[in-house]
Design a protein around this ligand. Structure first.
Ligand SMILES: NC(=O)c1ccc[n+]([C@@H]2O[C@H](COP(=O)([O-])OP(=O)(O)OC[C@H]3O[C@@H](n4cnc5c(N)ncnc54)[C@H](O)[C@@H]3O)[C@@H](O)[C@H]2O)c1
Length: 711
C-alpha cells in the first residue's frame, strides 16, 4: 500500500506530518492506516531534530473524516469492539506522548477519530475555510467516541461543553470551536502553511502562555459546575434529562457516553480509556448501531446516484430557477434554492402572496443568523437572489421551474400549459404535488419529457427527503437534473414512479386514517398517539393530522382512497372537523386544542367521533394495527416497481416521516418482526376488522423469500 502519511521537515526543528490517504477523497482511519501511523510515531520518537510537529492534511476540504465506517459495520461482538477501541487508544496515546509539542492544523472536516487525534495534540488551529467543521458524531452511528474522546474532551474544554459536543454529535464551525476553546486559534485558509509555521515559531519561542491561559474555566458559576461534586452532579443530571427528552430512551449511545464520562470523571486517563473502550464494544454490537450505520451507508450510496439505472448523465445545471406559488412550500423551496447560489423568480397571483414567501425565507435564514450559522452578509446575499413577480418575466431564462400552487388538478393543468409558453425548450418543469399523478398533469404540456415530480416535504428547510417522480414521458435528463439538484440542496432523493401519493403518502395516509378507525372503535386519542410515539415515531398519527393540517390531509386522503378503495379505512370524521373550522394546529383547534405552544386535550372532540364498534386494544396491538398495513402496502409498492428496492422504502419513510431510525426503517423493522408473524397478524385483523388488512400477494411472496432484504 502507498503511504498515507509523510513526514517533511519544513524548517529546522519544524516537522509536518501530512495525512493523504492514497486513492481516496477523504482521510480516514482503517486498520492499515492506524498501523502506519503507529510506525511513524515509533520513528518520530527516535528523532532528535524535531522540536515541534504540525499535523496537516493534503486533501482539499478534509482534515480527517474519522474512522472507516465499513470497519465499524463489520464488528459484530463486544470483545472485538473493545479491542479496536484499545488499539486505537494506545496508538493515539503514543502520539500524545511524543517528546515535542504537536499542533493540529485543521482545514476542512475534522470528524470523530480526527477530532480525537487532534485532542492528543498540544494545540489546535482551525482555518476559516467554511468547510472546516469539527465534531464527534459517533452517537449518530449508535456508538461513542472510543479513541479517547470521552476522556480528553472534558479535560480540555470542561464537562458542560464536552457533554454538549459528545451527547449530541453536533458539528461545530471553526468559530464555534474557538468559542468552545476546542481550538486555540483561527487562521486564514489562504495562508494556511505560513500561518501554521508562524504558530510553530511561537511554540518554539515558548510564547504559548496566552493560549493556555484562555483555556481556564472562568466565572464563579462555571467553577462551581465544573469543579465541585454538587455542581457536577447537577450538570450530569441536566444532561441526562436533555438526552432523554430528545431520544425518549430509544438510543443507548448518548446515555452510555454520559455514563462513561460521569463514572470516569476522577479516573486517571488510562483507567478512563479502558472504560470507554468497554462501552464502545458494547454499543458496537447493538442492532441499533448496525441500523444507524446502515442508514449512513444508504445516504452515502444515494450521493453517488443520479436516479437512473444505467447511465451516468448528470442532467442540466440549474443556475436560474422559477417557483410558481409562493405558499408554504413555494416560500421554503425558494429559500433553499437561493441558499445554494441559485437565482430564483417567485411568481404568485398577487404581491401579498409573493411577500409571504419573502417573509418565510427571511424567517428561516434569520434564525440561522441568530444561531451564528450564517452571517448578515450571507443572509443579504441569499435574500438578494430571490425576486418576486406576478407575471412570467424572468421565466424564459430559467433552467428549472418548481410548481407549488394549490393542489387542484384542473388548476395545475391550466397553469402548467400557460407556464410552458413562457419558458425555454430546455427548462425542466417539476411539480411539488403531493398526491396528483404526474401523468395526469403532463397531459397539459407539449414537452412532456421535460416534466417531472419533485416532492419536497414540509417544512422544506428541515425535512431531508425529496421524492423524484418519473412520469411515463419524463426524460432521463429531467430525472437526473432534479435528482442531482435535490442532492445539491442537501436533501436525500429517492426515485419513485408515478402513482397516487407516490411512495410516502401512499403509506402514510392510510396509516393516519387507520388511527381514526381506532378512535371510532373506542380507543382514546392519547392512547393511540402514545403507542406510536413509544414505538419511535416523532409524534402520534392523530397529532400528525393537526400538524399537517386536517384540510391538507383530507385532500390527500380523499385522492388516495379513490385508488386504494377498500385497502384504506373510510371515515367521515375529517370533513366533520373541517366543517367545524378545526383545521389543526394552524387554527388552534383540531383533534387537540392549542394554547400558545402548548397542546392540550379537548373534551369537545368526542362529540365529533361516532363510535362504530368497541374494540379496545392494548399498546402492542394498536401499533400493529397501524404499522403492519404499511408493510403490506410497501410490499405491493415494491412488486409494482414503484420504487426499485427495499432501501428506497426505508430511506423514504425515515427521511420523509421520521420513521424510527433506530429500527432501521419500515422494512428492516418488518424483517426483525418476522414476515410470517406479520402475515399471520394481518390475516387475523382481516377476519376481525375488515378485508383491508388482508395480506397482499406481494407480502406472501416476501414471506416465501424470508425477508425484504434477502438480497
Ligand atoms: N403543505 C404541505 O405540507 C405540502 C407538502 C408537500 C407538498 N405539498 C404540495 O405543494 C403544493 C403547494 O402547497 P402549499 O401547502 O404550499 O399551498 P399554499 O396554499 O400554502 O400555497 C399555494 C400558493 O399558490 C398560489 N397560487 C394559486 N394559483 C396560482 C397561480 N395560478 N399562479 C401562481 N400561484 C398561484 C396561491 O396564491 C398560494 O400562495 C401543493 O401541490 C401541495 O400538495 C404541500
Amino acid at each position: 500500500m502507498a503511504s498515507a502519511f509523510s513526514l517533511e521537515i519544513s524548517e529546522p526543528g519544524i516537522g509536518v506530518l501530512y495525512f493523504d490517504l492514497p486513492g481516496e477523497k477523504v482521510n480516514k482511519f482503517s486498520t492499515p492506516v492506524m498501523e502506519e501511523l503507529a510506525g511513524h510515531i515509533e520513528e518520530m520518537k527516535a528523532r532528535h531534530d524535531l522540536k515541534v510537529l504540525l499535523l496537516m492534511s493534503k486533501k482539499p476540504g478534509i482534515f480527517i473524516a474519522g474512522a472507516d465506517v465499513k470497519e465499524i459495520a463489520s464488528i459484530a461482538d463486544e470483545q472485538t469492539g473493545y479491542e479496536v477501541g484499545r488499539k486505537g487508544q494506545k496508538i493515539f496515546t503514543e502520539f500524545e506522548k511524543l517528546p515535542f509539542p504537536k499542533v493540529a492544523v485543521i482545514d476542512g472536516a475534522c470528524m470523530g477519530g480526527g477530532t480525537e487525534l487532534s485532542l492528543c495534540c498540544d494545540f489546535r488551529l482551525a482555518s476559516d475555510n467554511p468547510r472546516t467543521k469539527i465534531a464527534l458524531p459517533e452517537v449518530t452511528l449508535g456508538i461513542l467516541p472510543g479513541w479517547g474522546g470521552t476522556q480528553r474532551l472534558p479535560r480540555l474544554i470542561g464537562l458542560q461543553k464536552a457533554l454538549d459536543v459528545i451527547l449530541t454529535g453536533r458539528t461545530l464551525s471553526a468559530k464555534q470551536a474557538l468559542r468552545y476553546r476546542l481550538v486555540d486559534k483561527l487562521i486564514a485558509a489562504e495562508w494556511l502553511q505560513e500561518k501554521a509555521l508562524e504558530f510553530a515559531h511561537e511554540v518554539l519561542a515558548g510564547k504559548t502562555q496566552r493560549y493556555l491561559e484562555r483555556r481556564k474555566i472562568r466565572g464563579a458559576a462555571n467553577v462551581f459546575l465544573e469543579k465541585t461534586a454538587i455542581g457536577r452532579s447537577i450538570v450530569f443530571s441536566q444532561a441526562r434529562k436533555s438526552v432523554l427528552k430528545k431520544t425518549h430512551g430509544h438510543y443507548p449511545a448518548p446515555l452510555k457516553a454520559l455514563e462513561v464520562i460521569e463514572k470516569t470523571a476522577d479516573f486517571p486517563l488510562e483507567e478512563g480509556l479502558k472504560k470507554e473502550a468497554k462501552a464502545l464494544g458494547e454499543l458496537m454490537a447493538t442492532p441499533i448501531s448496525k441500523h444507524l450505520v446502515q442508514i449512513f451507508f444508504w445516504t452515502e450510496e444515494i450521493k453517488k446516484e443520479n436516479g437512473l439505472k444505467d447511465t451516468a448523465i448528470t442532467g442540466n445545471t440549474v443556475q436560474r430557477a422559477g417557483v410558481l406559488g409562493a405558499g408554504v412550500m413555494g416560500g421554503g423551496i425558494a429559500q433553499l434554492l437561493a441558499s445554494r447560489s441559485i437565482f430564483v423568480r417567485v411568481k404568485d397571483i398577487n404581491y401579498e402572496a409573493v411577500a409571504r414567501a419573502y417573509q418565510q425565507a427571511a424567517y428561516v435564514l434569520g434564525s440561522k443568523v441568530k444561531k451564528h450559522r450564517l452571517s448578515r452578509m450571507e443572509f443579504n446575499q441569499i435574500m438578494n437572489r430571490i425576486t418576486g413577480t406576478t407575471d412570467y418575466t424572468g421565466f424564459p431564462s430559467t433552467n428549472l421551474v418548481v410548481e407549488a400552487i394549490v393542489e387542484d388538478l384542473d388548476l395545475k393543468k391550466k397553469v402548467l400549459a400557460e407556464l410552458e409558453g413562457h419558458v425555454n425548450e430546455q427548462t425542466i418543469i417539476a411539480s411539488n404535488t403531493s398526491s396528483l399523478r404526474i401523468n395526469d398533469m403532463a397531459e397539459a404540456l407539449q414537452r412532456k419529457e421535460n416534466f417531472v415530480g419533485m416532492h419536497f416535504f414540509n417544512p422544506v428547510h428541515r425535512m431531508p427527503l425529496v421524492e423524484v417522480v418519473r412520469g411515463q414521458h419524463t426524460s432521463d435528463i429531467a430525472v437526473a437534473t432534479v435528482f442531482n439538484l435535490a442532492k445539491k440542496l442537501g436533501k436525500t432523493p429517492i426515485l419513485v414512479n408515478d402513482g397516487p401519493g407516490f411512495l410516502v403518502n401512499r403509506l402514510l395516509l392510510p396509516y393516519m386514517v387507520e388511527a381514526i378507525s381506532l378512535l371510532e372503535e373506542g380507543n382514546r386519542i392519547e392512547d393511540i398517539d402514545r403507542a406510536i410515539f413509544n414505538f419511535g415515531m416523532p409524534m402520534g398519527p392523530i397529532e400528525l393530522f393537526d400538524e399537517v393540517g386536517i384540510d391538507v390531509a383530507y385532500k390527500v386522503a380523499k385522492i388516495l382512497r379513490q385508488s386504494m378503495n377498500d385497502r384504506m379505512a373510510d371515515s367521515d370524521l375529517l370533513p366533520k372537523l373541517l366543517e367545524a373550522g378545526r383545521l389543526g394546529k394552524k387554527s388552534g383547534l383540531g383533534f387537540y386544542k392549542y394554547e400558545g405552544r402548548k397542546k392540550v386535550q379537548d373534551p369537545k372532540i368526542k362529540h365529533f367521533i361516532s363510535i362504530k364498534a368497541h374494540y379496545k386494544l392494548n399498546e402492542a396491538e394498536l401499533v400493529q394495527r397501524m404499522i403492519y398495513p404499511m408493510i403490506n402496502e410497501a410490499a405491493r409498492c415494491l412488486d409494482e416497481g414503484l420504487v426499485a428496492k427495499a432501501r428506497d422504502v426505508d430511506v423514504g419513510m425515515i427521511f420523509g416521516t421520521g420513521f424510527a431510525p433506530f429500527r432501521g426503517g419500515l422494512l428492516k423493522f418488518a424483517d426483525t418482526e418476522g414476515i410470517g408473524r406479520i402475515v399471520a397478524k394481518l390475516a387475523d385483523f382481516s377476519d376481525r376488522y375488515g378485508s383491508r388488512f388482508k395480506p397482499a400477494e406481494s407480502l406472501l411472496k416476501i414471506k416465501e423469500q424470508g425477508s425484504f432484504y434477502r438480497n
